[in-house]
Design a binder for this molecule. Sequence first.
Ligand SMILES: [Zn+2]
Length: 328
Amino acid sequence: MARTGGSNSSRFSRFTAKDKDGEMIGNIIQLEKVRMAYKNGVLKQSYLITGPWDIGKKDFAMAFSAMMFCETNDNCGTCKGCKKTGNLSNPDFYILNEDGQIKIDSIRELNKNINLKPYEFERKVALIIGAEKMTTEAANSLLKILEEPPEDSIIILTSAVPGQLLETIKSRCQDIKLKNVPKKVIIDELTKNHGLENDEALRIATIALGRPKLAESLAVNDDYGEEVEFLREITKKNLCERFKLAADFAEKKNILRLIGYWETFFMDLLKAKINGHDDLLTTKYKVKDFSWGVRSIVNILDILEKMREYIQSKIKNKLILENIFLNI
Ligand SMILES: [Zn+2]
C-alpha cells in the first residue's frame, strides 16, 4: 500500500547501515539513538529528519522505518519486515514521496491508512519525504493527525528546509538532525564501491562536502562541471539575460543543490588564490580562467550563504536566483 512518485531505492545507504565490522560510521549514531529509544520503549510517535540536501535523509528514514518492522530491530536486511519495507510491499508502511506539491488528498489518504489496524505487523509507519512540499491545507490536515496520532502508529517526516514547515508541526515532532559524513568515509565508498580512482574520488568528495547521496549521484552523473561552466558564461550576460536565466533556473533546477555547488566552487577558487595555486581541486579549469578577485569571491560567498538561509524562509526561488545572478 505504498504510494510513491519518483524513484525509490530499496537499498539502505551504506553510510547509514553497519559496515562489515559493525563499526559506527556517519549517521549510524543517530540511527542507534532511535534503536535505543525503541528498545527502551521511549520512542515518540512523530519524528522530523532534517539535514542538508543530498545527505541521505530518505535512506535514513527508510532504515528507521524498516527497524520498526525488523524481527530483531537491528536492520538485519533479511527478515520479512526488512525486505517488505525495503521493496515497498509492506501493507503497514505508507510512504508519500511526491514529485510536486503534497496536496490535502494525499494527507487524507495517509490518515485513512494509518487509522486502519496493523495488518501484518504490530504497528503502522507513515513516511512523508520532503514535508515542506505540503500545501497549507495539507499541512493543517497533517497537524490534526499529529495532535492525536492513532495508537501503534509512527509518523516520520523528512525535510532539507524545515524553516518552511509550520512551527506547530515542528513542535510536535522529535527532531533528528543528520550530520555531514567524514570525507574519508566518502572517498572509501567511492573507490571501493563505485570503482573510482583516488584522484577522482577526492575531487567528488570535495564537492560533496560530507553528503554521501550527493557523492553517489556525482559518481553516476557529474553535473557539477556544467554549473561551473554556467558561472563562466553568466559573467558575459547583460542584466536582462540574467533575469531571464533566473526565471528559467527557478523552474527547472534544484536551487539547494545549485547554491551548494557554487559555494563549493567559490571556496575552491578562494583557497587556490590565497595559497597561490594555479590548479583547482574540483574542476579542470585553472585559477586564471576566472576573473574574480579575492574580495569579489568573499562577497559572492556571503551572498550565497545569505540566500541559502532565505530559502528556509520561503522566499521565492526566482528572487533568490536574481539576487545571486546580479551579484556575480
Ligand atoms: Zn530485519
